[in-house]
Design a protein around this ligand. Structure first.
Ligand code: XMP
Length: 207
């Protein structure tokens, strides 16, 4: 319930990209593919927060249905502020709680965009002695790539639209939506503000 006096902010009209049923079917198909090629022994899942939390949970449970039982840990990469500010460096807000040396790792992220996050985290896991790193992303935006990275498995390949829902957010909003939707271009983080106007939601920035 909305506390008295709290403005109830309406959600903007969103263009659905993938329905909850389509996502569920794709996640189960991904689990089939992964289960066929994963080592059975104590596979370590590294899920990147915040955006992958729902995808990682559904994927882990779909894998458990196939008798693949993950040991799940989390890492939170920090913002790098955008192409103009970055040499490509991605830092960590929160690190893993478990060591990865000698482990086969399944690295799970919400979306592969410029590629910097996946590249940096992959390298870090390898430097820490992971036996292998396999990458799995829900969404892949190849047109945005700035570094040469491909995911071993991607759920959906999409155009250059800003996506929310199913864990992905805009300033913390929309993560709870059971489907994936594209934000209208005028609300997306890269939308140019008209002269004298502020951006529709300044909190809405890619991680
Ligand atoms: P890259 O590949 O650029 O991706 O290092 C970094 C992170 O940016 C976020 N991102 C998005 N988040 N909708 C979102 O909610 C989007 O369309 C989007 N594109 C990039 C995401 O957290 C990704 O892991």
């Amino acid at each position: 319930m909305t506390p008295a006096g709290t403005p109830c902010r309406p959600f903007h009209a969103l263009r659905p990209l993938f329905t909850a049923d389509e996502i569920r079917a794709r996640v189960h198909a991904m689990a089939d593919t992964l289960a066929a090629g994963l080592p059975d022994d104590e596979l370590r899942c590294v899920a990147l927060l915040n955006g992958s939390f729902i995808f990682a949970a559904d994927l882990a449970r779909a894998l458990a249905d196939r008798d693949v039982h993950l040991v799940i840990d989390f890492m939170t990469p920090a913002s790098y502020g955008g192409e103009t500010t970055s040499s490509g460096s991605v830092t960590l807000k929160h690190d893993l709680s478990l060591p990865v040396d000698g482990r086969d790792v399944l690295l799970v992220d919400d979306i592969l965009d410029t590629g910097r996050t996946l590249q940096t985290v992959c390298r870090l896991l390898q430097e820490r002695g992971a036996a292998s790193v396999r990458t799995c992303v829900l969404l892949d935006k190849p047109s945005r790539r700035r570094v040469p990275v491909t995911a071993d498995l991607a759920g959906f390949v999409i155009d250059d639209v800003f996506v929310v829902g199913y864990g992905l957010d805009c300033g913390g909003r929309y993560r709870h939506l059971p489907y994936l939707a594209a934000l209208p271009p005028d609300l997306a983080p890269d939308a140019p503000a008209a002269a004298g106007e502020s951006r529709p939601d300044p909190a809405c920035q890619p991680r």
